[in-house]
Design a protein around this ligand. Structure first.
Ligand code: GDP
Length: 175
C-alpha cells in the first residue's frame, strides 16, 4: 500500500536546553519553514505536530517546547516522561549553554525511558565567527553518550529537517 494510506506513528518529542538557544526557532523552521528574528520568548503551552516520512512509514511528531519553563530551572520530569525522542539544544556561541545541555542529557539518561532517542543540536551554526564550542568536542561527547549530533541553523535552514529525519530513522518502530 502507498505510505499515505498508512496510519501515522505518533512520537512524542521534547525540546530541552537553556533559554534563547533557539528551541522554538528550530520547531518553527521544521513545522512552518519560517524564521523570526528577535522572536518573543515562548510563554505558555507550546505543542505542535509535524509529519515526516521515513522509508515506508509516516511519523507524526508531537513536539513539546518547554514554553520558557527552563528559565526557572525547574522543568517537571512529567514533561519528558513518556517521550520517545528528545532534542537537547545549545548555542555554539555560548559554552555555558553547552554545559547546560550536558546536564540535560544526564538527567534524560537517568529519568526518561530507556528507549528514548536523544539528539544534541548545536544551533546558530551560522554564527561561526563567534563560536565557543568546537564541533569536535560536541561530536566526541555525543558518540561517548550515544547521541545523534548535528550542528543546525534555524536561521539559515541548515540541518533542521535532517535532524528530525535522523531521529525518525533511529526510533525503534515495529513494522
Ligand atoms: P528558545 O528560548 O530556546 O526557544 O530560543 P528562540 O527560538 O526564542 O531564539 C532565541 C533567539 O535566538 C531569537 O532572537 C532567535 O531569532 C535567535 N535564533 C534562533 N535560532 C537561530 C539561529 O539558527 N541562528 C541565529 N543567528 N539566531 C538564531
Amino acid at each position: 500500500s502507498s505510505p499515505s494510506m498508512l496510519k501515522p506513528i505518533q512520537i512524542k518529542l521534547v525540546l530541552l536546553g537553556e533559554a534563547a538557544v533557539g528551541k522554538s526557532s528550530l520547531v518553527l523552521r521544521f513545522v512552518n519553514n519560517d524564521y523570526q528574528e528577535n522572536k518573543e520568548p515562548t510563554i505558555g503551552a507550546a505543542f505542535l505536530t509535524q509529519k515526516c516520512k521515513v522509508q515506508d512509514k509516516i511519523i507524526k511528531f508531537e513536539i513539546w517546547d518547554t514554553a520558557g519553563q527552563e528559565r526557572f530551572h525547574s522543568l517537571a520530569p512529567m514533561y519528558y516522561r513518556n517521550a520517545q525522542a528528545a532534542i537537547v539544544v545549545y548555542d555554539i556561541t555560548n559554552s555555558d549553554s553547552f554545559d547546560r545541555a550536558k546536564s540535560w542529557v544526564k538527567e534524560l539518561q537517568r529519568q526518561a525511558t530507556n528507549e528514548i532517542v536523544v539528539a544534541l543540536a548545536g544551533n546558530k551554526c551560522d554564527l561561526h565567527d563567534s563560536r565557543q564550542v568546537e564541533s569536535e568536542v560536541a561530536s566526541s561527547y555525543s558518540s561517548e553518550k550515544g547521541l545523534l549530533f548535528l550542528e543546525t541553523s534555524a536561521k539559515e535552514n541548515e540541518n533542521v529537517n535532517h535532524l528530525f529525519k535522523e531521529i525518525a530513522k533511529k526510533l525503534p518502530l515495529e513494522s
